[in-house]
Design a protein around this ligand. Structure first.
Ligand code: BES
Ligand code: MN
Ligand code: ZN
Length: 500
């Protein structure tokens, strides 16, 4: 998607469609029947008067994502005027703006329109508005219907953002946001592929190709290296599959970056999770093709970090394998020795994500990572706890949490912290080994995190459980059904915060 910044006045702009944000300025809504006070969020009077009759009609609710399309708007040069409501003016932020940009993209592209100009709403700093619009427009532009013969491949090719301020600074914001938006969609493309088309080998090839394009070092190792490194936990999952596993290692080591910190980004790359011998029920099992979303997020994040030339060392690691039942598969009760030397009693072969991550985290430390972040579709329990709205965030370091939380806010992604108190460890103590890979029914997302914490040890570490947020169960006005690309934007903001 081509993005252009225009400083011209909206009414002078020629465009297939102009898009403006409508806000409700009625702040004193004592009674809930009070009428909204709708206004276009701009100082441009021509724009305001083009929308005036519709806004005064009483036909609009002003609720978030309400859309109205006018043709030949009076007094404007744009062929169409799309009004998108942003809800209450008081609550309006870049969080809503991102989604409004996505809504505009999805509304217009489904009508065959290929370009539009969005008027940055007054009330949000122009550079932040530009970022949110460009990121949100990319999110809206993605559709997952790759294998439909009637795929229309409708995309918006170009957007213009009408804003005021220092043009070159705004262009820089737009260019950065474009890198982030494209990287998020790169991740979503990987996650969208079914397991027969996204094996660990193919995931490794895609990572390698991307790294070559953006100038990252990349190694893709196979079973031999995994065994040589004594990654007994990772291998215990991989051993049951005919599809060979891959260990993907990407390195961003820009000239002039400080020696420390070295950030280690570790992703769960289960290209299909049957559950193994502790097999999952058939109902809904097809969804387990997205069990590599954490890994895909790290690959996309490395892409963005390389293109943004962030002056900080980052290592990306993805442990990719299928989790299959077979004559070679591990069985409940088996004891495995992880790379760190810890022994694990495998109670349930379906708790495989933590096994591959245990070795991924340890390896990242061995490669020099001073701070760890992992992302994984790790537990159904996190969906019970937080639903589809917030990802779970767990950490052994409050400072790192503060930093990540600030990144969440800037990125417009919702994550909610859950505890990792020592008491929970009791649930995963084993009688035969150091630790069990499951901790019973209660607090399942937490006991999974406790397991990982045993491998992060003293290294500051953040764990993101994205099981409930990596896949959109339904489409929304601003995003299609399917892979969401959650966590990538926060990761980029987090990494950038170390370079600032
Ligand atoms: N990949 C699943 C978790 C998952 C569930 C992801 C739903 C996306 C949507 C994970 O490997 C798993 O199977 N977890 C088990 C752990 C249990 C056996 C302790 C779970 O959550 O049921
Ligand atoms: Mn599983
Ligand atoms: Zn899994």
């Amino acid at each position: 998607m081509k993005t252009t910044i225009a400083l011209s006045s909206p009414s002078e702009l020629e465009a297939e469609a102009l898009v403006a944000v409508v806000l409700d300025y009625n702040e004193a809504k004592q009674d809930k029947n009070a009428k909204p006070q709708l206004k276009v969020a701009t100082n441009d009077t021509a724009m305001q008067s083009a929308a005036a009759d519709l806004l005064a009609s009483g036909e609009l609710t002003g609720k978030l994502f309400e859309t109205n399309l006018l043709h030949k708007p009076a007094g404007l040069k744009g062929k169409r005027l799309l009004l998108v409501s942003g809800g209450s003016a008081k609550k309006f932020s870049t969080y809503e703006l991102r989604r409004i940009a996505g809504t505009a993209v999805r509304t217009l592209k489904s009508r065959g329109i290929r370009s539009f100009a969005l008027i940055a709403p007054s009330g949000i700093a122009a550079d932040e508005a530009v970022r949110a619009i460009v990121e949100g427009a990319h999110v809206g532009n993605f559709d997952p219907d790759y294998y439909r013969s009637d795929r229309k491949d409708q995309k918006i090719d170009a957007i213009t953002i009408v804003a005021s301020g220092d043009k070159s600074a705004l262009e820089k914001s737009a260019a950065e946001a474009q890198i982030i938006g494209e990287s998020q969609n790169f991740t979503r493309d990987l996650v969208n592929e079914p397991s027969n088309r996204m094996t660990p080998t193919i995931l490794g090839e895609r990572a390698k190709k991307m790294c070559a394009e953006v100038g990252l070092k990349c190694e893709v190792y196979g079973a031999d290296k995994i065994k040589e490194l004594k990654m007994g936990a990772f291998w215990s999952v991989a051993q049951g599959s005919d599809e060979p596993p891959t260990l993907i290692v990407m390195k961003h080591e820009p000239a002039g970056a400080p020696e420390k910190p070295v950030l280690g980004l570790v992703g769960k790359g289960i290209t299909f999770d049957t559950g193994g011998i502790s097999i999952k029920p058939a109902d809904g099992m097809e969804k387990m093709k997205y069990d590599m979303a954490g890994g895909a997020t790290m690959i996309g994040a490395m892409r963005a970090i390389a293109l943004l030339k962030t002056k900080i060392k980052v290592i990306g690691i993805v442990c990719a394998t299928e989790n299959m039942p077979s004559g070679k598969a591990q069985k409940p009760g088996d004891v495995q020795i992880a790379m760190s030397g810890k022994s694990i009693e495998v109670i349930n072969t379906d708790a495989e994500g933590r096994l591959v991550l245990a070795d991924g985290l340890h390896y990242a430390k061995q490669l020099g990572a001073t701070n760890l972040v992992d992302a994984a579709t790790l537990t159904g329990a996190v969906v019970v706890a937080l639903g589809y709205t917030n990802a779970g965030i767990f950490t052994n370091d409050d400072k790192m949490y503060e930093r990540f939380h600030a990144a969440n806010e800037r990125a417009g992604e919702k994550m909610w912290r859950l505890p990792v108190d020592d008491e929970y460890m009791e649930q995963i103590r084993s009688t035969i080994a150091d630790i069990m890979n499951t901790g019973g029914r209660w607090g399942g997302a937490i006991t999974a995190a406790m397991f990982l914490k045993e491998f992060a040890e003293d290294t500051p570490w953040i764990h993101l459980d994205i099981a409930g947020t990596a896949w959109m169960e339904d489409q929304k006005p601003w995003i299609s059904k399917g892979p969401s690309g959650i966590a990538l934007r926060s990761l980029i903001e987090f990494v950038k915060s170390f370079a600032a």
